[in-house]
Write a protein that binds this ligand. Structure first.
Ligand code: FAD
Length: 268
């Protein structure tokens, strides 16, 4: 359990950012992860009074404030109508409803946890993050950035008519994933053929693989799905931990990416 010397409920993002420049300060999300550690926090900065707990839908995007809980996202009709089952599927295994009612999307994406389900899916959806100081950054860039003293204010899910499918393997329900795969097909205005796969819990942070060789150029069939899944697995590095070996994760990636592509294709 962490300890806090001074608790401040921020009155503006400017104040929160300025307070957070001290190394001894910590931004509070839902505290689900923080409470697992034993940090000694000099100044705890609470963002809950800044109206950042809203999901805004426009013509072009869903804008999730950093204090939006995982459960708010999981049960949001607009998001579920637009992205089908993928977002709900990505969140529903995380611990339990009470937990998802507390933990935030800001803490989840800021943490850039290797095991993160939303980080994996949102990479495949070509999401952006909005940082108070650095502005809008592609999630695919943010995931490689070192931790700094900025504040993540929003996660932006663009409406690009993505088709998507999310699948994980877990040793037991509600445990961290052994491997997490998100496949998506973005529309044609991309430089590639629009297919992308994000694989997380390798156990390293999720990475994206594009169809650089055009394996799926003629569409998804049993054969092309298998070939692309093998290509994805061979393009990534995997490691071993208590949840599974590197070889097992490589094998699971081949199986799950193939299944996800076929399922996404079937859903139309
Ligand atoms: C037991 C357990 C099991 C879990 N299982 C899974 C799982 O299976 N899949 C999965 O994807 N996730 C899992 N998680 C992670 C969980 O879903 C959340 O991602 C995690 O708790 C962080 O969210 P939070 O709101 O609790 O953040 P906090 O614990 O409050 O904060 C986490 C970190 O982010 C910083 N931070 C928070 N918000 C911001 C912000 N807006 N700007 C800058 N920095 C910020 C904090 O200072 C802290 O360093 C699990 C967590 C626990 C504790």
């Amino acid at each position: 359990m962490f300890t806090i010397d001074q608790y401040i409920k921020a009155e503006s993002l400017e104040q929160a950012y300025s307070l957070n420049q001290k190394k001894t300060a910590t931004i509070l999300g839902g505290c689900g992860w923080l409470k697992m550690g034993n940090r000694s926090i000099r100044t705890a900065i609470d963002l809950s009074g800044l109206g950042l707990d809203k999901i805004e839908e426009t013509e072009t995007e869903f804008k999730l404030g950093c204090m939006v809980t995982l459960r708010q996202i999981e049960t949001n009709d607009g998001i579920n109508n637009y992205f089908g089952d993928s977002v709900r599927e990505c969140l529903r295994h995380i611990v339990g409803v009470q937990f998802r009612n507390c933990v935030t999307i800001g803490g989840s994406i800021w943490g850039r946890f290797g095991f993160s389900d939303p980080l994996t899916l949102f990479l495949a959806l070509d999401a952006d993050v909005k940082l108070y100081h650095a502005g809008i950054v592609k999630l695919s860039d943010f995931v490689k950035m070192p931790y700094d003293r900025d504040i993540l204010t929003h996660v932006i899910l663009p409406k690009k008519k993505q088709k998507t499918y999310y699948i994980t393997h877990r040793a037991t329900e509600t445990d961290f994933p052994v491997i997490a795969c998100a496949v998506s097909k973005l529309p044609e205005d991309f430089t590639d053929n629009g297919f992308r796969v994000a694989v997380g819990a390798r156990p390293q942070r999720a990475s994206i693989v594009l169809d650089a060789d055009g394996i799926l150029n003629d569409g998804i069939t049993e054969e092309s799905a298998k070939k692309f899944a093998d290509y994805v697995a061979d393009s990534l590095n995997f490691s071993s931990n208590i949840r599974g070996s590197a070889d097992f994760r490589h094998h699971l990636t081949r199986v799950l990416v193939r299944r996800a592509l076929l399922a996404m294709n079937q859903e139309g």
